[in-house]
Design a protein around this ligand. Structure first.
Ligand code: GRF
Length: 195
């Protein structure tokens, strides 16, 4: 069974990341999160940092493009990272990183890709669009990341039925509950593939 050294990228509350870390601590997956990178002072940094996991805010704002890239490469190398998981990261990963980690970057999206992906499709907007389109099903997707937003090969999807009185908020909550399970499952699939 392959055990990955994971770096997670986040922008927000980091609830998906928290579940992956908890499952790793419980031994559900053998991979470990060693590094968390955020593009802002995200609340989701608190949990990993409380466990002594390395965290860093790497923002394009205060750095030149080269400094921005160098800092990330240095951190990824320092922790021997061989799997990157995007967990609510709202920025686009630099192409240089995408190329170096081809096939080793995952993202989780709260809808059934290839539908309801792409620019602007994040947070509650996704669930609003699903309901407005009258979709019968929704659910999260874990996919590989390539140079185009929400475009890479799908790894795992779980479908749930959109109920009659569904609101964007209720759908968001139900989908998030499943996200909290399938990100770990997706990592497990990769571990088993490469054992
Ligand atoms: C999730 O809905 C995920 O699908 C999307 O961003 C959200 C992140 O939530 N990419 P959290 O920060 O993990 O709570």
């Amino acid at each position: 069974m392959k055990s990955f050294n994971i770096a997670a990228y986040i922008s927000g509350s980091g609830s998906n990341l928290k579940c992956v870390i908890e499952n790793s601590l419980k031994g559900v997956i053998s991979s470990k999160v060693w590094l968390v990178i955020a593009d802002n002072d995200a609340p989701g940094l608190e949990y990993p940092s409380s466990l002594g996991i390395s965290t860093a805010v790497v923002s394009r704002k205060s750095l030149s493009r080269n400094e921005f890239l160098d800092l990330q490469f240095t951190l990824l190398k320092k922790h021997n990272i061989d799997l990157i998981i995007l967990a609510g990261y709202l920025k686009k990963l630099p192409e240089e990183i995408i190329q170096l980690y081809k096939g080793r970057i995952l993202n989780i999206h709260p809808a059934l890709l290839p539908k309801f992906g792409g620019k602007g499709m994040h947070g509650i907007n996704v669930h609003r669009a699903v309901i407005e389109a009258g979709e019968e099903f929704s659910g999260p997707t874990v996919h590989f990341v390539d140079e185009v937003y929400d475009n890479g090969e799908l790894l795992l999807q779980r479908k749930i039925k959109v109920t009659e009185n569904e609101t964007p908020e209720s759908l968001q909550k139900r989908v998030l509950d499943i996200e909290h399970k399938i990100y770990t499952e997706a990592i497990k699939i990769l571990e088993e593939r490469e054992q």
